[in-house]
Design a protein around this ligand. Structure first.
Ligand SMILES: [Zn+2]
Length: 446
């Protein structure tokens, strides 16, 4: 059987991930993401009003025109997890394919909300839920399987397409977490089994390939957070925290420790309400019944007023704005645009790392300076990454023993340390280690 990989997006930079695998006559698409920085840089652009082709030219969504060179039928569109660089283009591109969107329950719910908020593109593909450990037939000879992985969002999976020529493992976005705060540990046992059955190709996320050692577990970030929060337990002024809204495990830790230090947690900001509300509705997390979640500007400001009236020392606002996004809650607080007044010595906890990208770095710098000018003390980097470092990459190659490897989810510069690592393990660039760009085809078997 002919097996061919189209590397469509995410092979020149992190963002707008999309890869298609053709096995015989069947094609499966993995991820359909957005490159958020290409959108943010035009601060007057409303992507929901733009045509797909203009968004492609802008570099915001994958250039899927190469799909017309793949001779087969698309049988499924499979996003691996709910981050926007993996699902953000579904609402703008999926209608071009007559195929269902297949994803884990939390991811499907986020896809559904995304499609609903951008109805004008007319995406009406069926939405099919499939959990980790489950399989689905793709055509007559191929099978799709979801393997449980751990990442900085719940319900993440790595999809595997089993073909008669061996498995194609799409390995984007995971860390090797054996003690996650929510959900099951990464299923290394299954990866090793798949390795023994035979892997034709492994597509790997190179985000942290240049970093030595191992990415710590989420339970390490949780302990770090506990240490910080306990150390300021006796402070009698304002304490505010921010993190990735979609990072439900981290939000859960913040909520729990707020209670431990005698403060009432409250979630503020549109995306805080969206992700935590969805996770709670789907029973992924059990928040205290009286946990307030407010997204609309008016209800947020009303809550801030209540906090000021009842005493800042009684509350623990968890807000949006960890990257200094101009319209997020923490940035508005820094600019003095909310009823919440910061005083000298108030604490601001960033349970996040700055995403290393110039727009984010600039905005985050500005946000921290504005908060500092009001007297806030900053605690940053209370965080662990969601992506494998070198020893994790080594373990994955050792478990899977793939015949071919394709580095992904990075720039050419970002691929370099992964290429060194893979060559150390016996692969050779140009032979079985395929360094590629957006819009290429790689034929694995004839
Ligand atoms: Zn991700």
């Amino acid at each position: 059987m002919e097996v061919e990989i189209a590397t469509i997006g995410g092979y020149e930079a992190v963002g707008r991930q999309m890869t298609a695998v053709r096995a015989g006559d069947d094609v499966v698409i993995f991820d359909m993401g957005l490159n958020l920085s290409k959108v943010l840089i035009h601060d007057n652009v409303e992507t929901e009003r733009m045509h797909s082709l203009d968004l492609i030219d802008m570099g915001a969504i994958p250039d899927d025109r190469v799909m017309s060179d793949l001779e087969g039928d698309v049988k499924a569109i499979v996003p691996t997890h709910g981050h926007l660089d993996h699902i953000g283009a579904i609402s703008k591109l999926a209608h071009r394919y007559d195929a269902p969107i297949v994803a884990s329950p939390f991811t499907i719910e986020l896809v559904k909300q995304q499609i609903k908020s951008e109805e004008k593109f007319g995406v009406q593909n069926d939405l099919v839920k499939m959990s980790a450990g489950e399989t689905m037939s793709i055509g007559e000879r191929n099978e799709l399987e979801f393997v449980n992985v751990t990442h900085s969002i719940i319900d993440a999976i790595n999809p595997v397409l089993h073909t008669p020529e061996g498995a194609v493992v799409y390995g984007l976005d995971k860390r090797m977490d054996h003690t996650p705060v929510i959900g099951d540990p990464i299923d290394m046992k299954r990866f090793r089994e798949i390795g023994r059955e035979g892997v034709l190709c492994y597509i790997e996320d190179c985000t942290n390939a240049g970093r030595k050692g191992r990415t710590p577990s989420e339970s390490v970030a949780r302990r770090h957070l506990k240490d910080v929060m306990t150390s300021i337990e006796d402070y009698d002024g304002g304490i505010v925290a921010t993190t990735f809204s979609s990072h439900i495990a981290r939000v859960k830790s913040l909520v729990e420790f707020a209670d431990d230090i005698g403060r009432q947690p409250v979630l503020l900001g549109r995306s805080m309400e969206k992700y935590s509300g969805t996770a709670e509705r789907l029973d992924f997390v059990d928040f205290p019944e009286d946990l307030g979640m407010y997204g609309h500007r008016k209800s947020v400001d009303r809550t801030f007023k209540r906090i000021m009236n009842e005493g800042k020392e009684n509350f623990f606002p968890i807000v949006t704005g960890h990257q200094g996004e101009p319209r997020a809650m923490l940035t508005r607080m820094g600019r003095g645009e909310t009823p919440y007044e910061l005083d000298d010595g108030d604490k601001v906890l960033f349970s996040a790392r700055v995403i290393p990208e110039p727009t984010n770095e600039g905005q985050r710098y500005q946000s921290e300076k504005l908060l500092g000018m009001q007297g806030a003390r900053i605690y940053d980097d209370i965080h662990v990454s969601g992506h494998l470092r070198q020893e994790g990459h080594y373990e994955m190659l050792d478990a899977l023993q793939p015949k071919n490897v394709i580095p992904a989810h990075q720039s050419l510069e970002g691929f370099a340390p992964y290429v060194d690592l893979a060559e150390d393990m016996g692969y050779k660039a140009g032979r079985d280690l395929h360094i590629t760009r957006n819009g290429n085809m790689i034929k694995l078997t004839e």
